[in-house]
Design a protein around this ligand. Structure first.
Ligand code: SIN
Length: 362
């Protein structure tokens, strides 16, 4: 599902979805004149990307909507937009307050990747505690020599996590000063390579289903309440959304999320509630076949997307995030994260995007 850095050219043209992914993803133009010159992102034509922020502005100003876009006639505290050709898809621009955005960015980096929640790092390193603090303190994750042989790899760790507990954080200077030959990786690199964490019922990526036998904590109360409120416009009348699992996706420069379906939940009449935080991105919303030409849509920090019903059968993905000052559109976060204690969050989010998508599994 996660994008590789290069797309095979033959493949990239094979379906309409791949063609769109290729159109929007980040490529660099390498200057032939001087290898020292900074590589420049290749300009991309964004004229066909739907911008719901502008749609909201003009709707608020003069009640006008572009062709193909309608507003949901349901009681909610701000307009919820729909695409007439994609029933079950809802877009709520800028609905999360700045405080909410900052709160969930912080939680996504500190508490959400904490065990028993799993992350993409589990398979290699086992559970990692306090990665964000370790990165802030410039620590180094080191494979413990004494434990690297004879460890009972089968103890206590879910399948696929057999290397657990051989790795420990050390002061960076300790590792360097001793001319240490143990395997090591800096916490900053691990944080940059954090691609997902899972909350609530744990998703088993290799089997593409939920493994209810894995240890897990419930979705945090505050996130549950927020998801229930956001899900309401897409819920069958009289029912309340029950958040049971969430996947948190982390994107750095050049990271992508390939076209996929989220189809492992039992009841597709319930929406997936998907929140965007940090740098602006392009979202591709295809149809039921990869041959259907996808809509390209901007996602900004604070936007919420709901996908329910027929939209659950639509391929979707994220081919691009924008980290440059002009296009990332995170100035409000820069202001909010300006105090000394929050600079570590700012440093991360300046070049990153986080998506929290919350699901009712049963
Ligand atoms: C997803 O489709 O799973 C995430 C979409 C996003 O990152 O906005």
């Amino acid at each position: 599902m996660y994008g590789a850095d290069s797309v095979n050219d033959d493949d990239s043209e094979r379906t309409a979805f791949r063609k769109a992914e290729k159109k929007y993803r980040l490529y660099y133009d390498h200057s032939t004149k001087s290898s020292k010159r900074k590589k420049q992102p290749r300009p991309v034509d964004l004229s066909e990307v739907i911008d719901f922020k502008s749609v909201l502005d003009s709707f608020n100003r003069n009640n006008e909507l572009p062709p193909g876009i309608s507003v949901l006639q349901r009681d909610f505290n701000q307009p919820v937009f729909c695409l007439e050709n994609r029933p079950g898809f809802y877009f709520i621009p800028g609905v999360l307050s700045i405080e909410e955005q900052c709160q969930w960015i912080k939680e996504s980096l500190t508490s959400f990747p904490q065990p028993p929640n799993r992350t993409n790092h589990n398979a290699i390193y086992g559970p990692i505690h306090d990665l964000f603090i370790a990165a802030k303190e410039r620590k180094v994750f080191v494979e413990e020599e004494s434990l690297s042989t004879g460890l009972d790899c089968n103890s206590n760790f879910p399948s696929g996590d057999v290397n657990a507990s051989r790795w420990k954080f050390s002061e960076g200077s300790d590792v360097l000063s001793r001319g240490d030959t143990r395997k090591s990786v800096s916490a900053t690199v691990l944080l940059r390579k954090l691609r997902w964490s899972t909350l609530g019922l744990q998703f088993e990526w290799s089997k593409r289903n939920y493994d209810v036998s894995l240890p897990h904590n419930k979705i945090p109360h505050g996130l549950c309440q927020l998801a229930k409120k956001m899900a309401a416009p897409a819920m069958p009348l009289g029912e309340e959304f029950q958040p049971e699992a969430a996947i948190v996706n982390y994107f750095g420069l050049g990271d992508t999320l390939g076209g996929h379906l989220d189809d492992m939940e039992a009841d597709w009449s319930k929406p997936i509630v998907s929140m965007s935080l940090g740098c602006k991105a392009i979202f591709l919303l295809g149809g039921k076949s990869r041959q259907d030409t996808p809509f390209a849509i901007f996602l900004r920090s604070g936007d919420v997307v709901l996908m329910a019903g027929e939209a659950r059968e639509c391929f979707h993905g994220v081919p691009r995030i924008f980290t440059d000052e002009e296009n990332a559109e995170i100035i409000h976060l820069e202001q909010q994260f300006s105090c000394e204690d929050d600079l570590c969050f700012l440093e991360y989010i300046r070049n990153s995007r986080i998506n929290i998508n919350i699901r009712q599994v049963f």
